[in-house]
Design a protein around this ligand. Structure first.
Ligand code: ATP
Length: 238
């Protein structure tokens, strides 16, 4: 399958008068994982915010399977099939694990789209099943991250966007997260924002590297690694 699933074309985004994204393009094909890299402040989260409609681009387009989304609301974009695992996880701490999953579940999903049940999520994250009656606030950081991913899957997305999921996690948990992403990417296309280059290189098929809101590399993970020495100055330390 070579058709593009998510096509971000030359988007420009601003915070008030501050021009943060400059003609940024991203192309994601089905079954692939694209990692969005760049040092702090490069514009990675802004790019995610522009795709999900929190910060609509002033120009350029965002297409999901050919449908234009750049003028849609965050709710419409989510329903269209873009799932977000936000930076900082943002699970509902006063709800149980099970309730967190249930409130995210979509009642209606267009025919032909994969529908995720709580059982499907539990299969990927057995620990969530073990902790199903525990309040989300009492989970470890790694478990909260798994729950945040599980919640996003319950919306039956076609594309999953993850904003720095490894932030604040111990190395062993980051490895587990890598294994989960490896497994998930055979089922769903993923955009992964990461500062952890080790994790990103383990799972990525494609790489987009940003510097001050501009794309300075876009290509396969193999090409990125071949050019890494020249691109090093655009990367944060990892
Ligand atoms: N709400 C905001 N208002 C004004 N400027 C902002 C806002 N959020 C981010 N910025 C600025 O936009 C630029 C891009 O920030 P962004 O958060 O997208 O970078 P990032 O690559 O995700 O960085 P990090 O890895 O630190 O999260 C930075 O210069 C930042 O200071």
């Amino acid at each position: 399958m070579d058709t593009e699933l998510l096509a971000v074309r030359r988007i420009n985004a601003y915070y008030a008068d501050s021009h943060v994204l400059h003609d940024v393009s991203i192309s994601l094909k089905p079954g692939r994982l694209l990692t969005l890299l760049g040092r702090n402040g490069a514009g990675k989260s802004t790019c995610i915010n522009a795709i999900v409609g929190f910060l609509p681009p002033r120009s350029g387009s965002v297409m999901l399977d050919g449908a234009a989304l750049e003028k849609c609301s965050p709710e419409q974009i989510s329903r269209a099939g873009i799932g977000l695992v936000p930076q900082g996880r943002r699970v509902f701490g006063s709800l149980t694990v099970r309730e967190n999953l249930d409130v995210a579940a979509r009642r209606q999903t267009p025919a032909g789209r994969r529908v995720w049940s709580r059982e499907d999520v539990n299969q990927i994250f057995p620990r969530l099943h073990e902790r199903r009656d525990q309040l989300a606030a009492s989970l470890s950081g790694g478990e909260q991250q798994m729950l945040a991913i599980g919640r996003a899957l319950m919306t039956n997305p076609r594309v999953l966007l993850l904003d720095e999921p490894s932030e604040g996690l111990a190395p062993q948990i980051v490895r587990e997260l890598g294994n989960v992403l490896e497994r998930l990417k055979s089922e769903i296309a993923i955009v992964l924002v990461e500062q952890n280059l080790g994790l990103a290189m383990k799972v990525a098929d494609d790489v987009v590297l940003l510097n001050t809101g501009r794309v300075v590399f876009s290509g396969s993970s193999d090409d990125f690694q071949a050019q890494q020495a020249q691109l090093q100055s655009h990367l944060g330390v990892s």
